[in-house]
Design a protein around this ligand. Structure first.
Ligand SMILES: *Cc1c(COP(=O)(O)O)cnc(C)c1O
Length: 428
């Protein structure tokens, strides 16, 4: 695929689509022919393969009832493990270090309940001031459960520019009062990709455990969690991984921690051969399966079977290459076409420091987003001033990126956004 320089014409965009080796995957998705979807980093679209595996699992329920646990194409009793194996190449873990279970936030609770062991003067948890609110609420409540005041025991590393967090600042905050660090892989607003390997090494050099929230990177960016020696990670599957609204999430626990008692135990964390002994003595699985709690959400996992098969076909390295290329194309076009209109690119420019979406800042962002929707472009808005645009490698075309920027230009030139109020909707 040709790298820069880009040309500023629709013909050029269409030429890039012709050269795109991943273009065949687009036909596998349900796309609305009327609109351009730029929100796959918030809720990925439905693919035909995900729909098919969902319907197959519904059919197993229809025809087999309780026997679906052990019979049929995807026996439910082993589905969490099957999906873990399919997820392994995306995160660089071995299949027994991963399990598909729960939600992002409940998995964070489980992992903090397991790995946060305050001792002596090492009692604090470190996060950053730009992280996703649910993660902060979970950490605050975990501290309260331990009898600590979150205003003293939750250290949030500050941002210098309101967009990104400097790794040097994170490392400087790794004092001997810190017991545990939780950071995002990619920041949900600016799209900054942190140096996971470096931060992990620095934390370990100081005797601190470290875990990552991969919601905004898994499915867009390759990971090597085991090679990097990350202690644990957790992520949702409904953003880049297209598992559907509220679909089951995932967690990773480094094998060196196998055998740790889960902080929150439940019968699905049992060794699988022991689970149905129904003993009151809990025998945890000797792998990441131990961190499951209750019965898996089978219908909310079924689409992921088909979806992860597509990722295996496409290859995460290929997806990353296209993602970097199409986002840099979008950034370039924005700078060329929207110059002087008050926009700022909020994401880092360096390929090693950015995830899968473009962060566009503007003081009128809320109503520009409403105007984009009226123009059949689906972006998302993050208060107070961010328009997130995610051209997704599996299904977005270069032509759509071209169209998006052209419609945005018309919105600005004609001041179309002025007819809306500059406030967000209930779900932004
Ligand atoms: C999307 C997202 C979540 C969502 O958590 P849920 O439990 O799935 O609602 C949490 N953290 C980050 C960083 C996210 O991007």
């Amino acid at each position: 695929m040709s790298r820069e320089p880009f040309h500023y014409s629709q013909e050029f965009a269409r030429q890039l689509d012709k050269e795109d080796e991943l273009a065949r995957f687009r036909d596998e998705f349900y796309l609305n022919s009327e609109s351009i979807y730029m929100d796959g980093n918030s809720l990925g679209l439905l693919s035909r393969r995900a729909e098919r595996t969902l319907l197959e699992v519904v059919d197993a329920w229809k025809t087999q009832g309780i026997d679906g646990w052990l019979q049929g194409q995807y026996p439910w009793f082993y589905l969490s493990e099957k999906l873990a194996a399919l997820s392994a190449p995306l995160v660089g873990g071995s299949e027994d270090e991963i399990i598909v279970t729960g939600s992002t936030t409940t998995n964070l609770h489980q992992l903090v309940a397991t790995f946060y062991k305050p001792e002596g003067s090492r009692t604090k948890i470190m996060a950053d001031e730009l992280t996703f609110p649910s993660d902060i609420y979970a950490l605050q409540s975990q501290l309260l459960l331990h009898g600590y005041d979150p205003s003293e025991h939750l250290v949030q590393v500050e941002s210098r520019d309101g967009r990104t967090i400097e790794e040097d600042d994170i490392i400087a905050a790794m004092t001997d009062e810190i017991a545990l660090i939780i950071l995002p892989t990619v920041l949900y607003r600016s799209g900054q990709l942190l140096d996971i390997e470096r931060l992990t090494a620095e934390a370990h050099a100081r005797g601190i455990l470290i875990g990552f929230d991969g919601c905004h990177s898994v499915g867009a960016v390759p990971h090597h969690l085991s090679k990097w020696d990350v202690d644990f990670a957790f992520w949702c599957n409904y953003k880049y991984l297209n598992n559907g609204p509220g679909g089951a999430a995932s967690l990773y626990v480094n094998r060196k921690h196998f055998g740790r008692l889960p902080g929150l135990a439940g019968w699905f964390g049992s060794r699988k051969d022991k689970q149905f002994d129904m003993e009151h003595q809990f025998v945890p699985a000797e792998n990441a399966g131990a961190f499951q709690i209750g019965t898996p959400h089978i219908l909310s996992m079924a689409p992921l079977i088909g979806s992860l098969e597509m990722f295996a076909d496409a290859g995460i390295e290929n997806l990353r290459q296209k993602s970097l290329h199409i986002t840099s194309y979008m950034i370039d076009l924005i700078e060329q076409e929207l110059d002087g209109m008050g926009f700022t690119i909020g994401n880092p420019r360096d390929d090693l420091r950015r995830g899968g979406h473009v962060c566009l800042e503007h003081v009128e962002a809320a109503r520009i987003c409403k105007s984009l929707k009226e123009n059949k472009i689906i972006p998302d808005f993050r208060a107070p001033n961010i328009i997130r645009l995610a051209p997704v490698a599996l299904y977005t075309t270069y032509d759509e990126v071209w169209e998006t920027v052209q419609r945005l230009k018309a919105i600005m030139l004609e001041k179309q956004y002025e007819k809306f109020e500059n406030t967000r909707d209930v779900v932004a």
